[in-house]
Design a protein around this ligand. Structure first.
Ligand SMILES: [Zn+2]
Length: 112
């Protein structure tokens, strides 16, 4: 408990917070890779710049005004689907992950 409290205080310091959060994220990724390897599962990361929040998960339309983080819900001008920012992003990340998986599996099949 004391360790997490110290980290919480350190994260509030602007100078330390970025490196601490980067380190925590790196550790999470390291553990996920390790666990996947241990369970004989594949691990893929979606590109950092993939616009998961801006793409309508129903029709694929890209809405750039959603870059504004205060926009939590938006209506797709193409298909009128109401997109919850986080849910929509998670659906897009899932599909992007499946796409990466399929591309790599296909590439592996072509090699063998
Ligand atoms: Zn749409």
């Amino acid at each position: 408990m004391s360790e997490s409290l110290k980290v919480k205080n350190m994260v509030q310091n602007r100078h330390l917070s970025k490196s601490i959060m980067d380190a925590s994220w790196s550790e999470l990724i390291r553990q996920l890779k390790y666990k996947c390897s241990w369970k004989n599962k594949r691990f893929y990361q979606v590109d950092t710049y993939y616009p998961s929040s801006q793409i309508c998960s129903r029709c694929g339309y890209k809405e750039s005004r959603v870059k504004d983080l205060s926009v939590r819900v938006w209506e797709c001008p193409n298909c009128t689907n109401m997109n919850n920012r986080d849910l929509n992003a998670s659906i897009n990340i899932m599909f992007e992950g499946v796409k990466i998986y399929m591309e790599r599996e296909l590439a592996e099949l072509q090699v063998n």
